[in-house]
Design a protein around this ligand. Structure first.
Ligand SMILES: Nc1ncnc2c1ncn2[C@@H]1O[C@H](COP(=O)(O)OP(=O)(O)OP(=O)(O)O)[C@@H](O)[C@H]1O
Length: 248
């Protein structure tokens, strides 16, 4: 993987956590019923960390990621991205935050089917002032030879690699990944993990992965375990495994 210039990484000017959640809760109202999905979540994530959040289905992982990514607002508590309080942002400000600071990688890729791989990445690059070169991004995920293919002409793993390239093209500080290997077979899933690892270790991006696959947590700098909407474990891992050592 060749290295484009990046505004994050060891040389980045940054102090303190990139993300902070203080006593965050999220409740959904469904008719007369209130469902408390997240409760008293306290969390700090440092720049350049690779964090894996694991928890069973329905434990609140996606809800948490949505709060961190500015897709949703907490019912109580405060969410900070550096010195910006997301929980006080207007929807317009949240939109700008998502556009400029966050790259999203979803389980089912979410590519535009009528655009080629390169065009899917280009659309994201055009959103920001200082994108990473589109072809550079496709080279990073080893898809340059398939740049002119449409999503339907690519395998699931290749589509996910386009999605990673698309997330990277905006040169975001933060990459949020929701079950990035969930729709992939074992070997393809491992290749995608390896790319996320590279994005973190070589480009210095902060990477947050949510998954129900406990094995993926072995490659994390920090493992956070969530159960029934609460963080029940938050432990640094001294010697994270390399993605090729992760098996499940
Ligand atoms: N908009 C909503 N309205 C009502 N309930 C919701 C809403 N969003 C999520 N929930 C509920 O919150 C709980 C947690 O959902 P969430 O998607 O965060 O869990 P998850 O850990 O990501 O699960 P999975 O691994 O299955 O994706 C679930 O019971 C879900 O039904």
């Amino acid at each position: 993987m060749s290295l484009p210039k990046t505004r994050t990484g060891p040389d980045a000017v940054s102090t303190g956590p990139i993300l902070r959640l203080d006593a965050v809760g999220r409740t959904f109202r469904m008719g007369e019923v209130e469902v408390e999905v997240l409760r008293d979540v306290n969390l700090e994530i440092d720049p350049g960390e690779l964090v894996v959040i694991v928890g069973p289905s329905g434990s609140g992982k996606t809800t948490l990621l949505n709060l961190i990514g500015g897709l949703d607002q907490p019912t109580v508590g405060r969410v900070w991205f550096r010195d910006r309080e997301l929980s006080r942002c207007s929807s317009r400000e949240l939109g700008a935050f998502r556009r400029d600071e966050v790259g999203f990688v979803f389980q089912f890729f979410n590519l535009v089917p009528t655009l080629t791989a390169r065009e899917n990445v280009q659309v994201a690059a055009e959103l920001v002032d200082d994108p990473i070169d589109v072809d550079e991004c496709l080279r990073m995920v080893e898809l340059a030879p398939r740049a002119d293919h449409f999503p339907s002409q690519l395998s699931g793993g290749e589509q996910q690699r386009v999605a990673i390239a698309r997330a990277l093209a905006k040169n975001p500080e933060l990459l949020l990944c929701d079950e990035p290997t969930g729709a992939l077979d074992y070997e393809t899933g491992k290749a995608v993990l390896s790319m996320l690892w590279d994005v973190n270790r070589r480009l210095g991006k902060t990477v947050l992965i949510i998954t129900h696959n406990q094995a993926i947590a072995r490659m994390a700098d920090r493992l956070i375990r969530i159960r029934s909407g609460r963080i029940v474990e938050d432990v640094p891992q001294g010697h994270p495994a390399r993605p090729e050592e992760v098996t499940w």
